[in-house]
Design a protein around this ligand. Structure first.
Ligand code: PLP
Length: 419
């Protein structure tokens, strides 16, 4: 029966009263999407359905469709709805990690297909394409999509199934113009005569900063381990798409291959999402302050931050940032200049800096409330060593947390002075 529009709030059915309103702004959606009070008890925090199976009312009569927790779990479903709403997409499909989401998306390609990939990607993504998929006949072509979006055309072939990139890229923070790439591939007939699907890894930005589907991407995905979870306490991955056939295939793979996140991990990401809008603002103001500090020092060779618009270290694609991002995100990378008080090489100084900060913790990963520092060539990007994707051995990557900016600046300055 349709709801009675004249009914007062107390008489309205629960589901209608708390259903997510698509007209809400991002800050409101991040608190409420997928987070309506529990229909059974009114609990305002998402219930954790820590169960592997669900009692059925009869043969072929699962209660509300819940059968078995690999196939579907109510806590996971909330997370999928939440991130879909935040990315402005129809369907979310959650996986056990960002790497699992990457592998499931790569399953969309068949042996003999080609995938065009941005030339600066997470080392694990490169490792998957080179060491797992290439031997099975799926060929990745790496292209600098940030310099000129037209570069993508030269890499397309009648076998191209997917075009895949990160923006900002990891770890050089190059930007790719999503709408320009979508336009460039629109007339192309790739594998099976279809236009290649455009896949954007939005891990470095988060939907608080950038929503790739709004700019023409077909699929957006995350290592939800990072900004979505936001507290460095879970490993998780999620894909969002508005393409029904893609969603159906990914939902099938989620069940058939079974790389699903547990309900507690889904709860942790749901809890993190509630502060995403606030955290994203603080990450960005702290990152901007740190980028300005680094850009003002003459013992720094290079600073990469999409929010730097002027001076020697101005980001060459600041105009793209203004077009497709809200702010410039919380990641900064830089290369120290050789020298310092001990006459070290750039790489020696980089190691000394990474090993002497106190607030910036030396660790892989990013996007958590605490600031992290790392040396990509030795840590997150060790798997691209010796390839065309290899990174400068002196490059330092910072994930700027939400601490007080003054304390972060003091910590980093002291480490730079000592190195
Ligand atoms: N994509 C990017 C941009 C990443 O930085 C990472 C991990 O660092 C991944 C994907 C893989 O995600 P996970 O570590 O959650 O498996």
């Amino acid at each position: 029966m349709p709801p009675d529009p004249s009914a007062g709030p107390e008489e309205q059915p629960f589901a209608e009263r708390y259903a997510t309103d698509e007209g809400w702004s991002f800050g409101t959606l991040s608190v409420h999407a997928g987070q309506e009070p529990d229909e059974l008890t009114g609990a305002v925090a998402a219930p954790i359905y820590q169960t592997s199976t669900f009692a059925q009312d009869g043969i072929g009569r699962p209660r509300d469709g819940w059968e078995y927790a690999r196939t579907g779990n109510p806590t996971r479903r909330r997370l999928e709805r939440a991130v879909a709403a935040l990315e402005g997409g129809e369907q979310g499909i959650a996986f056990s990690s960002g790497a699992a989401a990457t592998a499931m998306l790569a399953e969309l390609a068949l042996p003999g297909d080609e995938v065009v990939i941005g030339d600066d990607v997470y080392g694990g993504t490169y490792r998957l394409f080179e060491q797992v998929l290439r031997p099975k006949g799926i060929i990745a072509r790496y292209v600098d999509l940030s310099a000129d979006p037209a570069n993508v055309r030269a890499a397309l072939s009648p076998r191209t199934r997917l075009v895949w990139f990160e923006t900002p890229t990891n770890p050089l923070l190059k930007l790719v113009d999503i709408a320009a790439i979508a336009d460039a591939i629109a007339p192309h007939h790739g594998a099976d005569g279809q236009r290649p699907l455009l896949v954007v890894d939005n891990t470095f930005a988060s939907p608080a900063v950038q929503r790739p589907l709004d700019h023409g991407a077909d699929i957006v995905f995350h290592s939800a381990t990072k900004y979505l979870g936001g507290h460095s306490d879970t490993v998780n991955g999620i894909v969002v798409t508005s393409r029904p056939a893609v969603a159906e295939r990914l939902r099938f793979l989620q069940n058939a291959i079974g790389a699903v996140p547990g309900p507690f991990d889904c709860f942790l990401v749901l809890r993190g999402l509630r502060t995403l809008a606030l955290r994203a603002e603080r990450h960005a103001t702290n990152a901007a302050a740190i980028a300005v500090l680094l850009a003002g020092r003459d013992d720094i060779e290079l600073v990469h931050y999409p929010g730097l618009r002027t001076g020697r270290h101005a980001h060459p694609q600041a105009a793209i940032a203004a077009r497709q991002m809200r702010g410039a995100g919380g990641m900064v990378s830089f290369i120290p200049r050789a020298g310092g008080p001990h006459g070290r090489t750039g790489r020696e100084r980089a190691i000394a800096i990474c090993e002497s900060t106190r607030l910036f913790t030396l660790a892989e990963s990013l996007g958590g409330v605490e600031s992290l520092i790392e040396l990509p060539a030795e840590m997150t990007h060790a798997s691209v060593a010796g390839s065309m994707l290899a990174v400068d051995p002196a490059l330092i990557r910072l994930s700027c947390g939400i601490e007080d900016a003054a304390d972060l600046l003091a910590d980093l300055s002291a480490a730079l002075d000592r190195a």
